[in-house]
Design a protein around this ligand. Structure first.
Ligand code: ATP
Ligand code: LTN
Length: 335
């Protein structure tokens, strides 16, 4: 809690091109929730270097992601949108939290095991301590709520354990954050294999809708989406492909599952797939326009970056002054 308002914190990595899953499962929720909280939306670029990045490409992706936050509808005057690497307190608190985290706790993390298996040639210490940096992100801003996907649940639980451990040793310092998992049906699945999550690192480009896909590409990908031979637009476990398309259609149009089922009753899959494609195009088109417009205004984005990093620093410094004092670090001379 800061200034009598509950705090919401979330972040995304600038690795790969964002998908419709990232938008419907994360960004869109952020936009829907942001008015009720004091918010911090971070481009977590320090997390990204746990995997090798090509510098020029990395810099571009991070800026595009920050721009996309704004294009999606987060007003940067009201929401603190910034780069993690611009606020040194993230790394400082991460180091401190490392000293209160057991190696066994980190080795148990599913994401660590998955990423270590995937990048066996580069199992660096950062990959292992990724969750303590994430805990630092959240605890620095005394966040009450953290909207993330279900895959991040374990990391949030660790964050809560660390907050509790630190508070037990030094007295009340950090707010206990709660996870916010969103509504049912917000796990968007691959268009080619509806048993798997739509993911930006999928090798098959037809499996994912990228936020920057042009309208014809979007329409074509939906036309090719894997369905079944039942021939009925119905939300059910036996029809994962169709159920996923229903979820997408409902998220994009605001209609309910029942409304969608009755709208397409008796019509073929072809008609339904076309409608899903159009519903996605109508969500992505304004996003593209806003993104293009913002990207052209370099001075405006630069100003946002500077102002919001200052704001983030102000709040993180507030927490860090407390933390340093409690731990017993010598007082810092005024510079
Ligand atoms: P990667 O493929 O690189 O692991 P990803 O596409 O799974 O990435 P993340 O960067 O792990 O995405 O997640 C960013 C945010 O988007 C998280 O809050 C996550 O829960 C959400 N998200 C990612 N994929 C989906 C999806 N298919 N459906 C709903 N939400 C998603
Ligand atoms: N690990 C998260 C990204 C992330 C994050 C955070 C999310 C880093 N720090 C703090 C919420 C709060 C992911 O991969 N989705």
């Amino acid at each position: 809690m800061f200034d009598d308002k509950k705090v919401l914190f979330s972040g995304m990595q600038a690795t790969g091109n964002l998908t419709l899953g990232n938008y419907l499962g994360a960004l869109k929720n952020w936009v829907d929730m942001c008015n009720d909280y004091m918010t911090f939306f971070c481009v977590v670029d320090q997390h990204s270097i746990t995997i090798r990045q090509e510098p020029a490409e990395f810099r571009k992706r991070a800026r595009n992601l920050l721009t996309l936050y704004i294009a999606a509808g987060l007003d940067p005057e009201k929401n603190c949108i910034y780069y993690q690497s611009h606020v040194l307190e993230h790394a400082e608190l991460a180091w401190i939290l490392n000293c209160y985290t057991y190696v066994g706790e980190l080795q148990r993390m599913t994401q660590f095991k998955d990423k270590a298996a995937k990048h066996a040639d580069n199992i660096n210490a950062g990959l292992l301590t990724y969750p303590t940096l994430m805990a630092a992100d959240i605890l620095l801003y005394q966040a009450d709520l953290v909207p993330v996907g279900v895959d991040q649940k374990q990391h949030i639980e660790l964050t809560r354990n660390l907050a509790e451990r630190f508070n037990a040793i030094y007295g009340e310092t950090f707010t206990m954050p709660d996870i916010w998992l969103g509504k049912k049906g917000r796990k968007i699945m691959s268009l080619q294999d509806p048993e798997r999550k739509m993911s930006k690192s999928d090798e098959n480009p037809n499996a994912s809708i990228y936020l920057m896909d042009d309208p014809d590409t979007v329409r074509r990908k939906f036309k090719r989406a894997v369905t079944d031979s039942i021939g009925e637009v119905r939300y059910s476990e036996e029809q994962p492909g169709i159920s996923n398309l229903i979820d997408i259609y409902c998220s994009c149009t605001g209609k309910s599952t029942e409304e969608c089922e009755s709208e397409f009753r008796g019509l073929g899959y072809g008609v339904f797939k076309e409608a899903v494609g159009e519903s996605v195009v109508s969500v992505l088109q304004p996003l593209h326009e806003r993104f293009d417009e913002l990207s052209k205004d370099k001075a405006y984005i630069d100003k946002i970056i500077v102002e919001n990093a200052d704001k983030a620093r102000y709040y993180s410094e507030k927490t860090m002054r407390k933390v340093r004092k409690k731990i017993g670090f010598p007082e810092r001379p005024k510079i």
